[in-house]
Design a protein around this ligand. Structure first.
Ligand code: CAP
Ligand code: MG
Length: 432
């Protein structure tokens, strides 16, 4: 029993029919209550624990405070398990992604009152979006920087993931650029190793990039992975820019929201490439965790210019529906609620769109299905699918560019391969 006059725990959060206003932050969850807990009860427990409440009534929360700050469960559907909660924006600190996630994606995942809970989407109020930078370049800016306007960009990851020294790394990168890659990046677990020092690698690989640019007449990009404890990460990012680098790569989840925000807030004139290593710990279970859409939206808010969203047809486990939905969302200005795959309405105001990076098990035979599913505004990235080419990295990069050229011409890869031997060799090795 609650002490008289106190706000009762887990009550007062239901507000069916409430229309979220422009100052609300709206979250959509999938929810399965634990045995013995009603669906409505579980919704209220989630609303409470993610905002102002706790498991019992308390003497420190006057009714006036509850009325002002309590979130509203305005839509709940027991059959589908979908719940929408509107939170007043006062519950969130301006410009603090970590605090938002500690609220709406924090304790709630561990509550014994729910069996499964997945944060599917967040819709941010306009006033809130204004406190974030968003991407510095966005899709248009990246295309302008790379001078590639109408086709997917072609990228590779230097392989093996770890093991090459600085000279060999720069050589593999040079060969990939010479063969036709626009972009070369470090792998997600390459930082500064005993056998491959970050500063030296960046210097040598940027020199190789400039050489490849001169020899091919094409713009090239090198994306060094700065992932490290924050102070060292900031130093590495500055080192990249000081040496003429225009791109910085970072593992968005393992450095954490705070590290990522602080890195972007350095306001370096560089484009940020976000690798999502570890995302599947949150995204893979369809019933529990955090969706890729939420992770992607937070990255766009903070200011990542291009983000890994999945390869659909590659080596990684992923739902095609989710990948294409994320791809469309991050590249759109306004997403309306009735748009087939989207759940909440979102207006990104002045925040630029991010470019989708497709990666993981890709090779020339995968180009056509990928472009058909994701469109041309993508980066197609292949590591094994380039360095594993029977004739080596240069031929592997050529084969990948040829597959993209064929797709842009509307020619089947196997027909284009009749006059392009590198593509023919790739299609022979990797069929589908
Ligand atoms: C691809 C990759 C990427 C993954 C990440 C790798 O290499 O470099 O990190 O694709 O997956 O190490 O696996 P391959 P996602 O081309 O050799 O597979 O982009 O889906 O997060
Ligand atoms: Mg990788």
């Amino acid at each position: 029993m609650a002490d008289s006059g106190r706000v009762k725990e887990y009550e007062g959060y239901l507000a069916k029919g409430y229309e979220p206003d422009k100052d609300d932050l709206v979250c959509e969850y999938y929810l399965e209550p634990a045995k013995g807990i009603t669906f409505e009860g579980a919704c209220q427990r989630i609303a409470s624990e993610s905002s102002i409440g706790t498991w019992t009534d308390i003497g420190t929360m006057p009714q006036e405070m509850f009325d002002r700050l309590s979130p509203k469960v305005f839509s709940l559907d027991k059959k589908s398990g979908i719940v929408k909660i509107a939170y007043p924006k006062e519950l969130f600190e301006e410009g603090n992604v970590a605090q938002i996630m500690s609220s709406v994606a924090g304790n709630v995942f561990g509550m014994s009152d729910v069996t499964n809970l997945k944060l599917l989407d967040i819709d941010f109020p306009a006033d809130f979006i204004r406190h974030y930078h968003g991407p510095h370049y966005g899709i248009e800016g990246i295309r302008k920087l790379m001078k590639v306007y109408h086709r997917p960009l072609v990228g590779t990851i230097v392989k093996p993931k770890l093991g090459l020294d600085e000279e060999k790394h720069a050589k593999v990168a040079y060969e990939a650029w010479m063969g036709g890659c626009d972009i070369v990046k470090d792998d997600e677990n390459l930082s500064s190793m005993g056998f491959n020092n970050f500063d030296k690698r960046v210097k040598l690989t940027l020199n190789a990039k400039r050489k490849a640019e001169k020899e091919t007449g094409e713009k090239k990009a090198y994306l060094p992975n700065v992932t490290a404890p924050y102070n060292e990460m900031a130093r590495r990012a500055r080192h990249v820019v000081a040496n003429g680098g225009e791109f910085i790569m970072v593992d968005v989840l393992t450095v954490g929201w705070s590290g990522l925000q602080s890195l972007r807030d350095l306001n370096l004139k560089a484009a940020f490439h976000g690798h999502r290593a570890g995302h599947a710990a949150f995204t893979r279970n369809p019933k529990h965790g955090i969706s890729m859409l939420v992770i992607a939206k937070l990255c766009r808010l903070i200011g990542i210019d291009q983000l890994h969203v999945g390869g659909i047809v590659g080596k990684m486990y992923e739902g095609k529906e989710e990948v294409t939905a994320v791809g469309e969302e991050i590249e759109s200005k306004v997403v309306s609620e009735d748009f087939a795959r989207h759940r909440l309405q979102e207006n990104w105001h002045s925040l630029k769109p991010m470019l989708a990076v497709c990666s993981g098990g890709l090779h020339p035979a995968k180009v056509q299905p990928l472009v058909h599913a994701m469109g041309r505004d993508i980066i197609i990235q292949a590591g094994g699918g380039i360095h594993g080419h029977p004739q080596g990295t240069i031929a592997g990069a050529r084969a990948m560019r040829q597959a993209v050229d064929a797709e842009m011409l509307g020619v089947e890869a196997k027909d284009y391969a009749k006059s392009h031997f590198e593509l023919a060799a790739a299609l022979k090795k990797w069929k589908k």
